[in-house]
Structure formats: structure tokens, C-alpha cells
Ligand binder design. Structure first.
Ligand SMILES: [Fe+2]
Length: 578
């Protein structure tokens, strides 16, 4: 039985294909159309998933779409009367949604009569919850989804057991932890879709000195919370999101009201320098999010008695808050799949149909992230030849895996910057050792070097460490696995000097624990680096420069030559500047 999940006309458009209960492929459209967070219809992602499975559109039995126009219809209508502009935008998106079948027919030039798939509409947060629980290793777990807004809710929780989830409740519009975080992110002058990540990094540099005001902005109450709506505009105008258009990064209108400036001082303009005041606001924002989030998790634990919790939604990318779950709640296990945000909705919708609707038993655990496109050695050779390296002073070698890892590890240990392109692309926004840039974590200057030469990111944003799973407890104060970089832990005091480059200012690291089973090649690279240096950790950042992570070998070659990387391991090929 083949189930295709499609997240369309929404940020992080994506597709996922589940065949007989097993995930076969999952990818976001941005990797193909090269537009970050691309919305629109994910035709290329769908085409790739079908190709990976050797299927065509006529072989699909079920199509799962993570939006349900009927969910909270009363509330939607009520707000539509109050906010006509918002309602118009929603209607435009809705019109596109009802045409998913037509969009498929058009994109694939298919015979409509031959499409036998049954179409399902799955509520946004139920798809989020399913994207985590149904692919987790846990037979029984609590589940929490928290984000900006989807089907007029921002938060939902459930208890999952076997192939069923029982929904416990939801927090509905206009109360939203995601919109809260985005509003203050905008107030701090970071206006682009997805900038919340930057502010989370900034928060570590400040003190939460505005705790009193932030307790008014987010009022926690047991399993839920309320926003102090005077501080916001979205409840009056609707959050102005434009993501019906294909091939565009979504844009969000302003969410905070004048009251925020009255209580917290003037908003920062994006070109103004970041000062102590801004750092303290970021810290206050993060602290209040953690209070509300961890409070909800404690209540969820009390309600479910589960040992494990499965998280999803944009808020579940807050690795700093996630890292605090173990100390601040009784949960012993935390699972967050790599596309916890809206990209993961296609995956969640497909698994929701498989288990919750059709009652099929679970037989899949997502224990690695490599569900995107991979390329043959021949294709890589062609990309290298097309780039004309031989003429421009590069050394090219083709090496067996062991030797490649050893040579690459030596390059990194010398302080050089290595592009590492292997196997199938990662699912979700983090590079996890298949489309990564790797550098020496022991050199304190490496962060600035990377920023100056390649990444051009704000200086306050941290880089992440990848560590051999078996060495986690030696370097970090916790050893619970974090295979998808969704948890940040404190680096052990005595080890901070050993890995200064990926250790954040507050002494934490947003780590990736790398097991031999999940990614043997990357594991081998890190082990060889450990053999040379005594430190089984590398600095890992995504293979890109202000663009979606590279997907094809041609993009890797292009990024390698455009930026100032020293070496590139492209499959079995090792390319070095000579
Ligand atoms: Fe969402």
C-alpha cells in the first residue's frame, strides 16, 4: 500500500512516500527549486519520491494532505468576519488546496481517470503529532506539537499507544508560542521567515532581565497558556502570511503592537547594531518560552504517565529548551524527528493515514535522516569534469572509504575546511553528515574563519558539534542520543577548552550524536579525526552559503568553488586545492 504525503501551499513544501508502512523517501521542495522555505506545490519533491520507489502516480493508493478546512470551522468563520483581508488570503490558499488532485494531474501530465488514490485531509497539528510519535521508537509516549499556527490552532497534545493517538487538547488562535517567538524576533529586528533561530543563539549572551513584562506577554496556565494580546496585532488583523505563491520564501507581516515598545523600549531596526539591551530581550524571550514549554510538558507527563515524549512543530526546533527537558520534567526519553517543522507535515500526514485511519501496525522507526536524493559515482565524476578542476590547480583522487576518511580527517586536523558530500540528502533543515561542511572544533578561531570565508552568518550564532555517539558522555553532561541536532547539552567543564569552536557562549553545544549504524561513513570520518587528534568531535555546519543546503553534486561543486573551502569529499572523490 502506497501513501503519498504532500505539504503544499504552506512554508517548507515537501513530499514523503510511505510504502507498506515503511518510509521510502522524504524531501523538501526547496532542495530542488533552491528557494529557502519554499511554499507552493512540491512537484519536484513528489517526482523524486515516486522515482526513488520506482512508482508512478497511478500506483498511489492514498494521498494525505496536512490541512483540514473543516477543523475549527466556527472559529475560522468568526475571525473571517472580523478580519476580511486575512480571510481573503486564507480563501485563496483554500482554493488551491481543494485543487491538489488537479495540481497533481497537471504536474505529471497524468490521465485523471487513472488516479485511483483516495484523498485525505489531516488536521495540521494531528499531522505534526503523527510525524513524531508514529516514527519514534516508542510504543507508548506523550506527544506535543507547538508552532505558530495551523488550522487555527497553535498547540496540541496527545497520548500515543501502538498505532493510535488519543488527542488530549489544543490551544487555539490567537494564543501561540510560535507567534510569540516570531513577534519578539521581529521586534529585535530579525524580519526574515525562519530568523527565530538567530534570536535563540543571541539569547545565550543576555540575562532575562525583563521577566516581569514577559510574564504578562505569555501567561502560563497548566496545560495551556494565553498571550497578553495587547502586545500583539495578529488577533486583530490575522497573521499576514503569504505563502500561496509557488517558488517564494514565505513572508510574515508585523506581529507586535506598540505596547511592546512602550514596555520594553524601542524596537531594533534591522540595520542597527545588536546591543546589550537586545541580548537581554532575547534572553527574556527564551526564558519565558522555556517556562511555558517545560510547564506544559510537566503537566503532559502528569496526564499521561509516559516515560517518553515525542515533539513536533516549529517550537520543537528550540534545541535549547529541548535540552532542559530531562532536568525540568520527569520524561526520560525525548524524540524529535529531523523535520520537526512544517516540512515534516507530509511525513506526518502519510503516517497518520497509515496508522490512525487505516489501523495498520507500526513497523518503521526513523533512526536516521537520509531520505533525500543520492547520486551515482558516475554523476559525481561528470560534475567534477564539468567544473574543469584539472585546469585550475586542484588535486583529484578517488579513494576507498577507509582511505578517504583518513585523508579527509587529516585535512580537517590541519585546520582546513572540508566539504563533505555523501549518500542521500538529509530530511529536514539540519546537515547531518551527508551535506555538511566539516572543520576542526579544537581551534577557537574556526568560527570566525568559517564565517569570514564561507557562511557569512551573524557572529553570535553558534556552530554545532558532531560527536561519536559512544563518546557523548565524555564530552557532554548528558548522553541521551541527539542524532538530529534537536537537543543542546552543556559541554563538560573540563572539555570546553578541547572543543571551543562549537561550544556556545553559555557552555552548551547543539550536538549531533553519530552512530556507526546511522551513518557509517561520517562515523568513520569522526573516528579517524579522533585517532589523529584525540578528540572524537568535528564541527559540522550545513553545506551552503545563504541558500538551501546543496542537493546535487553540481551544487556542491559550485558552492565549493564559489566559497573558499580547502577540500571537498564528493562521494569517493577527494578534491584538494594544491
Ligand atoms: Fe506547523
Amino acid at each position: 500500500m502506497n501513501i503519498l504525503g504532500i505539504n503544499a501551499y504552506h512554508g517548507n513544501a515537501s513530499a514523503a512516500l510511505v510504502c507498506d508502512g515503511q518510509l521510502v523517501a522524504a524531501v523538501e521542495e526547496e532542495r530542488f527549486n533552491r528557494v529557502k522555505y519554499a511554499a507552493g506545490f512540491p512537484a519536484q519533491a513528489i517526482r523524486y519520491c515516486l522515482k526513488e520507489a520506482g512508482l508512478n502516480l497511478h500506483d498511489i493508493d492514498h494521498v494525505a494532505v496536512p490541512r483540514n478546512p473543516w477543523a475549527r470551522l466556527g472559529t475560522k468563520l468568526l475571525y473571517a468576519l472580523r478580519m476580511p483581508a486575512f480571510a481573503r488570503e486564507r480563501l485563496r490558499v483554500m482554493a488551491k488546496f481543494t485543487g491538489i488532485r488537479e495540481a497533481l494531474v497537471l504536474a505529471f501530465d497524468a490521465d485523471p481517470g487513472k488516479i485511483r488514490a483516495q484523498f485525505h485531509r489531516i488536521e495540521h497539528h494531528q499531522a505534526h503529532l503523527a510525524s513524531s510519535f508514529f516514527v519514534s521508537p516508542h510504543d507508548r509516549a506523550a506527544a506535543l506539537s507547538a508552532d505558530g499556527l495551523g488550522d487555527f490552532a497553535s498547540t496540541m497534545w496527545a497520548c500515543g499507544e501502538g498505532s493510535r493517538m488519543r488527542i488530549g487538547g489544543a490551544v487555539t488562535f490567537p494564543h501561540s508560542l510560535g507567534l510569540y517567538y516570531t513577534a519578539v524576533t521581529q521586534f529585535l529586528g530579525f524580519l526574515k521567515y525562519g530568523d527565530e533561530y538567530k534570536v535563540m543563539g543571541l539569547a545565550a549572551y543576555g540575562h532575562p532581565e525583563h521577566a516581569d513584562v514577559f510574564r504578562e506577554i505569555v501567561q502560563a496556565n497548566g496545560m495551556g497558556f494565553r498571550l497578553g494580546l495587547d502586545y500583539f496585532t495578529h488577533q486583530r488583523t490575522g497573521p499576514e502570511m503569504s505563502w500561496a505563491e509557488a517558488d517564494k520564501t514565505p513572508v510574515l507581516g508585523r506581529l507586535y503592537s506598540e505596547k511592546m515598545a512602550e514596555r520594553l523600549g524601542p524596537a531594533r531596526q534591522s540595520e542597527e547594531p545588536v546591543e546589550a539591551r537586545h541580548r537581554n530581550l532575547a534572553a527574556s524571550l527564551q526564558k519565558r518560552l522555556e517556562d511555558a514549554y517545560l510547564g506544559m510538558l510537566r503537566t503532559l507527563h502528569a496526564k499521561t504517565g509516559a516515560k517518553a515524549v515525542c515533539l513536533a512543530g516549529g517550537v520543537a526546533f528550540n534545541c535549547v529548551a529541548n535540552g532542559k527537558i530531562f532536568e525540568n520534567t520527569p520524561f526520560e526519553q525525548v524524540y524529535v524527528q529531523p523535520a520537526a517543522g512544517d516540512g515534516g507535515l507530509s511525513l506526518g500526514a502519510a503516517f497518520y493515514v497509515c496508522h490512525q485511519l487505516l489501523g495498520r501496525p507500526r513497523r518503521f522507526v526513523m533512526d536516521h535522516a537520509y531520505w533525500g536524493p543520492g547520486y551515482s559515482g558516475e554523476r559525481m565524476r561528470t560534475a567534477i569534469e564539468a567544473a574543469g578542476l584539472a585546469r585550475s590547480g586542484y588535486r583529484l583522487r578517488e579513494l576507498p572509504e577507509e582511505e578517504l576518511a583518513r585523508a579527509a580527517a587529516r585535512i580537517v586536523a590541519e585546520g582546513k575546511i572540508l566539504g563533505w558530500f555523501q549518500g542521500r540528502a538529509e530530511w529536514g533543515p539540519r546537515a547531518l553528515g551527508n551535506r555538511s561542511i566539516v572543520a576542526d572544533p579544537r581551534r577557537p578561531e574556526m568560527k570566525d574563519v568559517l564565517n569570514r570565508r564561507i557562511k557569512h552568518r551573524e557572529p553570535f550564532r553558534p556552530f554545532a558539534p558532531s560527536i561519536l555517539a559512544e563518546a557523548t558522555g565524555e564530552y557532554f553532561e548528558k548522553s541521551h542520543p541527539s542524532p538530529f541536532m534537536t537537543l543542546a547539552y552543556a559541554v563538560r567543564g573540563e572539555k570546553r577548552a578541547a572543543i571551543p569552536a562549537p561550544t556556545h557562549v553559555d557552555g552548551t553545544g547543539r550536538l549531533q550524536t553519530v552512530s556507526r549504524e546511522a551513518n557509517p561513513r561520517y562515523w568513520r570520518l569522526i573516528r579517524e579525526f579522533g585517532n589523529v587528534t584525540g578528540v572524537p568531535v568535528v564541527l559540522n555546519t550545513s553545506f551552503n552559503d545563504n541558500e538551501p543546503i546543496v542537493c546535487r553534486p553540481e551544487e556542491a561543486m559550485d558552492c565549493f568553488l564559489r566559497t573558499q573551502m580547502d577540500a571537498l569529499a564528493l562521494g569517493d572523490f577527494l578534491i584538494e586545492k594544491s
